[in-house]
Write a protein that binds this ligand. Structure first.
Ligand code: CP
Length: 308
């Protein structure tokens, strides 16, 4: 089976069958990653560049590990230590890298739409590793994989997405994916951090009451407050955000049921999520990170060889 798309620019472009194919392929790679020898020759002779114009810990390391586990040749590019810092354009940079016979580009960029622009101008396949406030497709895929692994299903699952919805590419990719896969979604946060018309545009429920959303959901995906993307104050202070919207153990104790706690990282501990919840028995945050490698192996494996 093949993906319906040459690039992985966003979940918006994927079909339900594409998502199912990536998740089932990831299950096979997760099994490989449990073995003493974790490497397979699937992408031998394929060269991949990781082009990071924005900071990353998890995504970058996870892609690099996924590529090495698949036996690909790997190049790493960091904008701040490259000739981009001397003013070289994105297109010039990428065309120079491609002239060294690179097959696949993984890119993170602070500008929404940067990988889509690149896809129109270069022959290589592109994987979006997060573009501005638009999408972070592999995060949504690893989140879905982790939810399915923990609860046994995605269809019919009640997922609360909590926090800075406005600036979160993770939120948008999760909403697209969960809708396509038949989950129910409630988004929660301060009114200033939830885009208007979200209910109409994406068919998700919006509430401003965190306790009510926690009572409703099976899974709470808690998002980072993205201060670096807010050029004006959208809530009074981090302390007040924590008081009103931060997830605390005492809120979970009131539920009378267990819910799964997720966070894409990096966590602002004591802001959107208290440490005892992040480290608690219902948190699958580190499982998400572990699953990211298998999911990215699956995405790269399925995309390799589709370039012109
Ligand atoms: N979840 C995520 O994208 O983390 P990084 O910014 O560390 O890659």
């Amino acid at each position: 089976m093949k993906l319906s798309t040459k690039h992985l620019l966003g979940i918006k472009d994927l079909t339900k069958a594409d998502i199912q194919l990536i998740l089932s392929t990831a299950s096979q790679f997760k099994e490989v990653l449990q073995r003493p020898v974790k490497k397979v020759p699937s992408l031998r002779d394929v060269t991949i560049v990781n082009l990071f114009y924005e900071n990353s810990t998890r995504t970058r390391m996870s892609f690099e590990l996924a590529e090495r586990r698949l036996s690909a040749d790997v190049l790493n590019f960091t904008a701040s230590s490259s000739s981009a810092a001397k003013g070289e354009t994105l297109l010039d940079t990428v065309n120079n890298i491609l002239s060294m016979k690179v097959d696949l580009v993984v890119m993170r960029h602070s500008a929404s739409g940067a990988p889509h622009f690149l896809a129109k101008h270069i022959p290589a396949a592109i994987v979006n590793a997060g573009d501005g406030i638009n999408e972070h497709p592999t995060q949504a895929l690893l989140d879905a994989f982790s939810m399915q692994e923990k609860t046994g299903r995605i269809e019919g699952l009640k997922v609360a997405i909590i926090g800075d919805i406005m600036h979160s590419r993770v939120a948008l990719s999760n909403m697209y994916l969960l809708k396509k896969m038949g989950a129910e979604i409630t988004v929660v946060g301060p009114p200033t951090l939830i885009p208007k018309y979200l209910e109409e545009a994406l068919g998700v429920r919006v509430t401003y009451n965190v306790q009510e959303a926690l009572q409703w959901c099976d899974v709470a995906n808690v998002l980072r407050i993205q201060l670096e993307r807010q050029n004006q104050p959208l809530f009074s202070s981090l302390r007040e955000y924590n008081l009103a919207y931060g997830i605390k153990q005492k809120m979970l104790d009131k539920l009378g049921k267990e819910i799964v706690i997720m966070h894409p990282g990096p966590i602002n501990r004591g802001v959107e999520l208290d440490s005892d919840v992040a480290n608690g028995p219902h948190s699958i945050i580190l499982n998400q990170v572990e699953n990211g490698v298998a999911v990215r192996m699956a995405a790269l494996y399925l995309l390799a060889g589709r370039a012109d």
